[in-house]
Write a protein that binds this ligand. Sequence first.
Ligand code: ZN
Length: 381
Amino acid sequence: MHTGNVFIDLPRDIKSKSDLRSYNKNRDRKRILIENQQVIKKEIGRNSLKKNKHGFSSTKIENEQKRYFIRSIVYLSIFVISFLLMLPFLVSIRSSLWEKKAPVQIENDILYNQFLINGLNTNIVGVKKRKVDNYNLPQFRLIKYKVKRGDSLFEIAQKFNTTIDAIITANKLKNAYYLQINRVLYIPNMPGIFYTIRRGDNLSKIASKYHVSINRIADINDLASPIIRKGEKIFIPNATLSNWERAVALGNIFKAPTIGRLTSRMGFRRDPFTGKIAYHPGIDLANRTGTPIYAAQFGRVIFVGRRGGYGKTVMLAHPKGYVTLYGHLSRILVRKGQVVKQGQLIGRMGNTGRSTGPHLHFEIHQNGKLVNPLEMVKIRR
Ligand SMILES: [Zn+2]
């Protein structure tokens, strides 16, 4: 409805009702056009891509497009840079995953047989098709393992539920303390040792010596017949090396400190002075006064001088917590703190201290505990 006010601002050329009608028409058209333009402007604000559809080509639209393009370039470069920064990290994750898997490969029986061939250079221990065991004992396997930095034989043995003796004998290790990085070790998947058949050996003798059943040995080694030949190698489950064999393998071997007759072993004996039973903590090697005394192993002199019943004494400290003691000397030829080589002359045999005749009293300790020298040193008797 129109009120009177509406007509106040009417242009002067409106003189009839039809003029008014056409005026109103025009005014409505203008209003619709303005409204449309406003709607379109809003649309432009929202979406710059739609502008082109509507045919608008202002500089504002071009700026929007440029901004959009620049923004996507920036986002892309941020992504690329962050990926490049993360690359070393990703690579390290990948390689650590690889390391965990790759070095350990379960080998089949063929490897074991190859091992026997390489180890023997003679005939293979009888090979036959393995029958399915009727008892639930694990099958024997050799596992290939590449030594990594920081590995120790003891840790490797623990990891594979086996013993150092098993690894030592499977790989003929000369010095098991110093494993070369990247060296490939063959690791038996169970405790035991590889045993080289000697003259006069037979399966039942070996079985009873190591408290294992003949059947178990035959099964593990795929023995077709109980006949074994000298030089062949077989795996004996649960067997261990003697202390001497292990000492050799671990590089704990000591040289004989002198040449002499073994007159007393380590252990309980009647004391030559009191006649009472007493513990003798080392071995006695008797010879003439002045017989040279040698360092049993590379080490450092930690004591020189008189030491109670030991008389004139030298003590040496060695790697792995070993200490050796040389008693009843007539002369001491080293100073405290001096470093000595294995086999170096350190003194002369004598009769000082509580001694009934010229001899060397020799002791070995490891980490404060007595060790039987006869297990560590090959004494010529
Ligand atoms: Zn003694």
